[in-house]
Ligand binder design. Structure first.
Ligand code: EPZ
Length: 428
């Protein structure tokens, strides 16, 4: 087993380059299934969720050529298989994007119910609603698999009852080669939805309105070869912003789209963090005390739920009481028990957490409960006095490329340590 060990209290300074967006990559890679021709994808993040997605593609028959660690060429012309194996699907929530993609390509998809971060119940009823609206039928199979079948997908109106990133992506994937016009209403507006639409349009699709809550997809017969570069990861950028703010640092973050970070920037400025915006970079620094504030997560363009654990570290060090409300997921506060080990004063009641700011955090042995909860432990460890050991780092590596090197280049004292198995239970 491996863990991160952080000796906290170093102010971050220097420059960091943001990688491609995880949540765009894990939608665009399955979308290549719909393309007749080679897709060259650039700015792909080198993270474990991407390697799992590439393994699923290989298991279906994709020919994958790595040009370098962030560029791949994918040729799906010889794809024959329409079943995603359980042992790969269980690692990653986004494996359900293969339902829409395989359905669009073959008219049939068999996919195991997906894994991913544990935030309570994570239904996919809106995805299934989208498929059935287009004429598919859905049947549960043995061992947690579902089968989705359609003789011919036909465009239709799809009203999503709740704003769902995954259902919006799956509706687009299933509609892109269906007959006629599909209108997706109450669609999610996240930057990765726009990136998926831009990728598909670069291959000849006809998708309009991505980034608004009404998306129109006019079905096409064929998608052709394309070269496409994935957008920068706004959550990775927001994470480094939080790390700079937590340590009283001063950093420049390159390869960002500042517009994607507006809600995060606004909240951090309210907390006394100074943020200078340039075309594709940000300077983030803090010298004064963090100011308490209230934060509520919302679908884009609201404050992103995927930044909720990171901002909680800042609230825990602010000059008074702050209220943090999670409005997207039922149970995204599992990580706060780990923060309490570091001295954080927090009360959680359902989807609301109240933080009473303290003067300093204290290093402690903790674990990553999920991807963003795990990176919150890293930020807390960087800001804390003393040593923080973080176990279960595989969660963090699902979504952060080269996290140790990037932070070490900013002056952090962080290392990856191999723990002999017989010592694991004593470490916590
Ligand atoms: C995506 O998950 C992201 N994952 C998540 O990021 C992110 O937290 C989430 O969107 C919200 O922004 C990927 O893009 C791979 P949803 P997704 O469908 O698509 C409910 C990270 O840390 N819902 O928008 O699964 C659902 O339970 C990850 O990078 C239904 O009720 O999220 C939730 O309460 C974690 N029925 C809400 O909608 C459905 O059919 C939003 O979920 C679908 C969703």
């Amino acid at each position: 087993m491996e863990k991160f060990q952080i000796c906290g209290g170093k102010r971050l300074s220097g420059e960091v380059e943001i990688s491609g967006a995880k949540n765009a990559a894990v939608a665009i890679l399955p979308a290549t299934v719909l393309v007749d021709g080679v897709c060259r994808l650039e700015n792909i993040p080198n993270i474990s969720d991407v390697s799992t997605t590439l393994k699923i593609l290989k298991s279906l028959g994709s020919q994958i050529r790595y040009i370098n660690k962030n560029t791949v060429e994918i040729d799906n012309s010889s794809l024959r298989i329409h079943t995603v194996p359980h042992d790969l699907a269980r690692h990653m929530r986004a494996s359900y994007y293969f339902i829409g993609a395989l359905l669009g390509r073959f008219g049939i998809a068999r996919v195991s119910m997906p894994g991913g971060c544990n935030f309570g119940v994570r239904p996919i009823d809106q995805h299934l609603k989208a498929f059935t609206s287009l004429g598919a039928s859905v049947s549960p199979m043995e061992s947690g698999m579902i089968e989705v079948v359609a003789n011919r997908l036909v465009g239709n109106s799809i009203y999503l009852d709740i704003v769902s990133v995954g259902a919006t992506v799956n509706a687009i994937l299933a509609a892109v080669k269906s007959r006629g016009l599909t209108i997706i209403e109450n669609a999610a507006k996240e930057p990765h939805i726009v990136d998926l639409a831009n990728f598909l349009n670069s291959a000849g699709a006809d998708i309009r309105g991505a980034g608004t809550d009404v998306i129109k997809v006019c079905g096409v017969d064929l998608l052709h070869a394309t070269t496409y570069s994935i957008i920068p990861d706004q959550i990775e950028a927001g994470t480094y912003m939080a790390a700079a703010a937590a340590t009283g640092g001063d950093i420049i973050i390159h390869n960002v789209i500042p517009k994607h970070l507006e809600s995060v920037t606004a909240k951090m400025q309210e907390m006394g963090v100074v943020i200078e915006e340039y075309d594709d970079s940000l300077r983030v620094y803090r010298s004064g005390q963090l100011i308490h504030c209230n934060v509520k997560t919302m679908p884009h363009p609201g404050f992103p739920t995927d930044m909720q654990p990171q901002i909680s570290v800042l609230l825990s060090m602010a000059d008074g009481a702050s209220i943090l409300t999670e409005s997207v997921w039922d149970n995204r506060f599992r990580y706060v028990d780990e923060l309490r080990r570091m001295g954080v004063q927090v009360q959680v009641d359902g989807k609301v957490a109240v933080f009473q700011g303290i003067d300093f955090l204290t290093g402690a042995p903790v674990k990553a409960t999920d991807l963003r909860g795990g990176i919150a432990m890293v930020i807390a460890g960087l800001a804390a006095r003393g040593v923080t050991d973080i176990e279960e780092i595989h969660h963090i590596e699902r979504g952060y490329e080269d996290i140790v090197d990037k932070l070490a280049n900013l002056g952090a004292d962080i290392r990856r340590i191999v723990v002999p198995n017989n010592l694991v239970s004593h470490a916590l």
